[in-house]
Write a protein that binds this ligand. Structure first.
Ligand SMILES: Cc1cc2nc3c(=O)[nH]c(=O)nc-3n(C[C@H](O)[C@H](O)[C@H](O)COP(=O)(O)OP(=O)(O)OC[C@H]3O[C@@H](n4cnc5c(N)ncnc54)[C@H](O)[C@@H]3O)c2cc1C
Length: 389
């Protein structure tokens, strides 16, 4: 199997430091050696490759851009490049790392007590423990502010009632970060596996993100001690703050899927000949599609890099990340579709990664804020007029 050599049309790599290139290379090698050989079977069998969790932990992939508690303390460009390479392997793997790092470790790091940080961050970082993030409910996805899951204080405990659904890593998680409505506003709770009144059930029949666990979380009179409430949470804005972290990683990650589709189409069309001895890649219509893909990937890389630089300097806004997530998911999905087309009938086969990426990207378009919702975020920023309702 040919190793992935990257996509670098305008010497993008010259914008990266030695350390950033090294982090990318380490992740690239991990994906080539440990993910590419097994992902087709895992995806077909709808199994998450959990044997890779500890290894990813050892390589520092979880919460890579957080400081302390065993975290790697990488910069946001290094973090983005890890996400890019993981998603070249599979969106399910990148989703695991996004949830673990950006949606569970980040909120504990940002809003947790010292005791909660000491308890969970080292284990989540190393992959000894798995986390999940429960925000979405059966009746509320794009609009989590209407959530129905409740938290009622009784003495030193909180009683949770309600249901969360579409939760990545749900049944595999040792700890679920659950968002619930308390009388004083939305609050975040760390609910440990096995807590009475807390059960999970897996969602089957997915034709996307098959190498990823997706579950529902059920709470019926589930008693959670006050020490498991995140003390720094201030309403829904805190949950949305986590999503901004995860969406940033997605904006980089999907470039990996797009690069894999582009490179598959480029190499395939250079080999395959129709109508005489000319490779498909020698035809103008084919070149136009390849040119579109590499142009959009290159623009997506520059957008990701600039947003990462804004994040590094503390100037990033959620609306910047919305543009990154929305644009890069859209172009990645289009790259997958164009690549599928260029491979003809072979494009539908699982021997190639394209249909897997395409199906995964349909989820990525929907989760962490749909394409529409991010358009509305951008629209509000440039007009001052919120158009959600
Ligand atoms: C595989 C997978 C994993 C997931 N993992 C997690 C997880 O770990 N944790 C978690 O909490 N959630 C998770 N989700 C849920 C995901 O975040 C939601 O699916 C997403 O927020 C969209 O919500 P919805 O599916 O209810 O769609 P809806 O909100 O019902 O939207 C349906 C359609 O209506 C459009 N729409 C909605 N409102 C508007 C509006 N005001 N204007 C214009 N169009 C609008 C949407 O853009 C979309 O096209 C996951 C989902 C999937 C598929």
């Amino acid at each position: 199997m040919a190793r992935f050599s990257g996509v670098d049309y305008i010497q993008f790599d010259s914008l990266l430091s030695e350390q950033e290139l090294l982090v990318r290379q380490t992740t690239r090698q991990f994906v080539d050696e440990r993910v590419v050989p097994i992902i087709r079977e895992a995806y077909n069998n709808a199994v998450f490759p959990s044997a890779l969790i500890r290894e990813m932990g050892r390589l520092g992939f979880f919460g890579a851009n957080l400081e302390g508690y065993g975290c790697a303390g990488m910069n946001n460009i290094e973090y983005g490049l890890i996400m890019q390479e993981l998603e070249r392997g599979d969106s399910g793997l990148r989703s695991f790392a996004s949830v673990q790092g950006a949606l569970v470790m980040y909120p504990i790091h940002a809003y947790g007590s010292e005791e909660q940080k000491q308890r969970w961050l080292p284990e989540l970082q190393s992959g000894e423990a798995v986390g999940c993030f429960g925000l979405t409910e059966p009746d509320f996805g794009s609009n989590p502010s209407a959530m129905r899951t409740t938290a009622e204080q009784r003495g030193d405990s909180w009683i949770l009632n309600g249901e969360k659904t579409w939760i990545t890593n749900g049944s595999a998680a040792d700890v679920a970060l659950v968002w619930a409505r308390a009388p004083e506003g939305i609050r975040g709770f760390l609910v440990e596996k096995g807590t009475p009144g807390f059960e999970t059930s897996d969602i089957h029949g997915k034709l996307s993100m098959r190498a990823s666990i997706t579950s529902s979380l059920h709470f019926a009179g589930c008693s959670v001690p006050e020490v498991n409430r995140l003390p720094g949470v201030q309403g829904l804005a805190s949950a949305l703050g986590c999503l901004t972290q995860a969406r940033f990683g997605i904006g980089w990650g999907v470039l990996g899927a797009a690069m894999d589709c582009y490179e598959t189409a480029r190499s395939y069309t250079l080999e395959r000949k129709q109508f005489g001895d000319k490779p498909l890649a020698g035809h103008q219509l084919v070149q136009e599609k390849l040119a579109w893909m590499i142009t959009e990937i290159t623009k997506g890389q520059l957008l990701a890099l600039q947003v990462a630089k804004l994040k590094e300097s503390g100037k990033v806004e959620a609306a910047h990340v919305s543009m990154l997530k929305r644009n890069n998911v859209a172009i990645a999905l289009e790259c997958a579709r164009l690549s599928r087309d260029l491979l003809g009938a072979n494009g539908i086969m699982d021997e190639y990664p394209i249909m897997r990426h395409m199906c995964n990207l349909e989820t990525v378009k929907t989760y962490e804020g749909t394409d529409h919702i991010h358009a509305l975020v951008i629209g509000e920023k440039i007009t001052g007029l919120p158009a959600y309702r």
